[in-house]
Design a protein around this ligand. Structure first.
Ligand code: G3P
Ligand code: MG
Length: 514
């Protein structure tokens, strides 16, 4: 994993922006001159990815973010002479050499995905509760605003900080709550001395469900509200790719949930491996295909279809079938099954992965293999079979594009909470995985907190990617330490709804219970 200084990224990004503008200008001139074919998706460009089409230039179109991760496969370092001829001669510009930019949506709002989910479907129940007592009454909001009008300086500081939470290994293990996570969120949702909501987003490499469904599930587990507008899964920014490709293979996830995700993102023609197996069962000799699967799939003659790109959205539920189909497509002529490319590089269709984590903490006692392991397996197979490195694009943390998208979402969430669309100065990333959460946050200039409830099992700090704000036993300790740093050591993590703020201001010397 290459390390970058912040200024490298800024400079690279500015340089890329200039190049992008120049190329877009040239491309759009070519089109208006009648030199192009008039269709935006057919415009060839040279942003380091020769054949990736540029979607139309409109204000809510995608933004292309320079990649901070190499586009070249990492299989080599895990292999021992597996490949017959690891040749570099094919390392020339190809339709797949586009790893230099990752498109993300321009629009900050996920309006078509937007909705808030409350733990029990009832907003009233999300009000802070005290053990054995009913939820705090609406007058709390009035009290909170009175407290805030007195504590102007503290409120200013509270609005100048935010949190980005990793989910697996920080707030939950699979479907099991990490108890400190619930309390940490309660504090940020207003159970603090100001009764103020401190902005936080969820930035997970998790995947495999539509945003709305996942937020609903999380709200129940965390017993705190979770809004789709404060929520980013690994594949969320990949919705931008819907403007680049028409027919795509979507891989991973349970049943047909990732087809649903892709539909919600606006992809028009979505193929999943089951559709292909149903059309030609011999493609996957080890697959036992049930009648139910056959009935729910959408077979057609794939020898007549060009699949334009492969999107691995989530963990494969059947490595053998998925790897076989992906490999067949990567080695085909422009994504047409039943063909074999003459040139494996220039005729290869692009492949995207929603994240690169090797491991994921689950209910199991030791972390389980994740999408990164699947990808490295594919890269190794591809190299062994073709003698060529597989180029690919990997979204998710620690990719800069994902953090840039998180910034956009956070600024937008700030507007919803506090009516100010801006980024707070002090952002804290809380994660359990040094190789994704922490390195990504460090590169992006955020404060990083590493917790011991997930992947990280090391000593004082991670040796390769140390968290710059420190290592904490759990998420609650991290949140409390960050709050004390920004709001003072005496900041109270509880809203006292009995106090009369008018009498409890700085000058107040009398306590009154109302
Ligand atoms: O690595 C797979 C994914 O489940 C990790 O999620 O929340 O730890 O980024 P998260
Ligand atoms: Mg994690």
């Amino acid at each position: 994993m290459p390390m970058f200084e912040d200024y490298d990224l800024v400079q690279a990004s500015e340089k890329q922006d200039k190049q992008d503008k120049q190329v877009r200008k040239t491309a759009s001139m070519a089109n208006t001159n009648g030199n192009g074919n008039g269709a935006d998706h057919a415009v060839e460009h040279h942003l380091g990815h020769d054949s990736l089409a540029i979607p139309g230039e409109h204000d809510d179109g995608p933004i292309e973010v320079p990649a901070s991760r190499s586009s070249i496969s990492e299989a080599a370092k895990y292999m021992h002479n597996l490949s017959a001829t690891p040749s570099m001669k094919e390392r020339r510009g190809s339709r797949n050499s586009f790893g230099s930019t990752l498109p993300i949506p321009r629009s900050k709002r996920q309006s078509r995905l937007s909705s808030v989910h409350y733990p029990d479907g009832d907003e009233a129940l999300t009000r802070p509760t005290r053990p054995g007592m009913p939820p705090v009454q609406p007058s709390r909001a009035i009290l909170a605003s009175q407290v805030q009008s007195v504590e102007v300086e503290k409120v200013k500081k509270a609005k100048n900080m935010a949190f980005a939470f990793d989910i697996d290994g920080v707030l939950v293990h699979g479907d099991r709550l990490i108890p400190e996570g619930r309390r940490a969120l309660e504090i940020l949702n207003g159970d603090n001395e100001l009764g103020i909501r401190i902005p936080h987003i969820f930035l997970t490499n998790g995947s495999g469900k539509p945003e709305q469904a996942r937020c609903e599930q999380l709200a129940k587990i965390l017993q705190n509200p979770v809004n789709t507008e404060q929520f980013i899964q690994s594949h969320t920014p990949m919705s931008a790719l819907a403007e680049y490709y028409h027919t795509v293979l979507v891989v991973g996830g349970e049943g047909y949930k990732c087809r649903e995700v892709a539909e919600k993102y606006g992809f028009k023609d979505i193929v999943v491996p089951n559709d292909i197996v149903a059309s030609d069962p011999s493609i996957a000799p080890y697959r036992v295909f049930t009648e139910e699967e056959r009935a729910s799939s959408r077979p057609r003659d794939f020898t007549k279809v060009n699949i334009e790109a492969i999107m691995v959205f989530s963990d494969s539920r059947d490595y053998a079938t998925d790897m076989q189909i992906i490999m067949d497509l990567l080695r085909s002529e422009n994504g047409r099954l039943g063909t074999m490319a003459k040139d494996p590089v220039s005729q290869r269709i692009p492949i995207y992965f929603s994240q690169g984590d090797l491991l994921c903490p689950t209910e199991h006692w030791t972390p389980r293999m994740s999408q990164g392991a699947f990808r490295i397996g594919l890269e190794a197979m591809y190299r062994a079979l073709t003698g060529t490195d597989l180029e690919r694009v990997v979204y998710g943390k620690p990719e800069t594009a994902t953090y840039k998208y998180a910034d956009e979402v956070l600024a937008s969430w700030m507007e919803q909470l506090h009516g100010e669309e801006r980024l707070p100065e002090n952002i804290y990333m809380i994660g359990d995985n040094p190789a994704s959460d922490i390195i990504g946050g460090n590169m992006y200039g955020w404060n990083t907190c590493l917790v011991r409830t997930g992947v990280f099992q090391g000593g004082d700090n991670d040796e390769n990617n140390p968290a710059n704000f420190g290592v904490f036993p759990n998420v609650l300790e991290a949140v409390q330490t960050a709050l004390r740093k920004q709001l003072g050591d005496d900041f109270k993590m509880h809203f006292d709804d009995r106090i009369n703020p008018v009498l409890h201001g700085d000058a107040a010397d009398a306590a009154a219970i109302i």
